[in-house]
Ligand binder design. Sequence first.
Ligand SMILES: [Zn+2]
Ligand SMILES: [Zn+2]
Length: 349
Amino acid sequence: MRALFFVAPGQLSVMDVPDPEPGPGDLIVAVDVALTCGTDLKAYLRGHRLFKPPMPFGHEFAGTVVRVGSGVDRFRVGDRVAAANSAPCGSCSACKQGETGLCDDLDKHLNWGAFAERARIPAPIVRTNTFHIPDHLAASTAAALEPLATVVHGVESARLRLAGTVAILGATGAIGQLFVQVLRLAGASRIIAVGRSTRRLAQTTVLGADVALGVPDATPERLRAETAGVGPDLVVDATGLPEMWELGAALARRGGTMLLFGGCASGTTVTFDTGRLHYDALTVRGVFHHTPRSVEAAFRLLAAGRVQVEPILEDRSDLEGVERLLERMARREIVKAAVYPCGHADGAA
Ligand SMILES: [Zn+2]
Ligand SMILES: [Zn+2]
């Protein structure tokens, strides 16, 4: 089969490799569609601490089962499936605390290789985080299961109350536009989208934001004016930029929460005003990855048509075109794109 490999930072290569073989409990799928992701872009540009090149690449996908490992009874050849990129071990100390998104085994079990004609879904993921795609659901929508699961996990971690007010920094990115939609579903009464792209800011209002602001306009005074004089109950950072973390901490209301969703470059630091943390009782909450609960919830939202993915898929390609897509993402021309390794499109991109 043909598969895309990460060779070195800034260098990908399509190679001919043997088809993957299913071990006990595994599934082999023909990849119908895979999506590019900010994580792929970061790995493409600077490498990834877990990569030993040449490394299979891509992690968001939907496919059709072509081979079934021994002992699998929930799936058969021909089933359309979507799967997350990991599953928690269930037995490490984090898993036992119920913090399955922080599973110690995550690094070992992260599943790469979605940018390929065929992909293997390892047994733990088959057991816990793989779903049948209903006939009405486009593969390109189902393929957004993993990013949506991280957003669902983020929203649930933030413990937003019904009718709460929210500001999203980086609302114009792919993740930000998913946050807009999930926060609306979670009962937010006012969503303020903050971002750089004028065109995508307008799109956030179509997806559910009440106000869209350019970054220079997102001042504490303006945010208070937009939220009955107090500031948002919740500020979500979806940029992973230290300066935006610091901005977010200045924007939330007294007693509010700042959710740190976007991962900053390693080694970076931020400075927070101690008065905001103590006298204003600001909660600063980190969140990472997803949990089986959030993956299942994300799948239900996609299957029920409650979250739109098509608006954030801004380009498409075959395997050879992935490098072009990532370069376009790096230039901020697109936020996310659909890749069709087997050449056929499902019409949703
Ligand atoms: Zn992703
Ligand atoms: Zn674990």
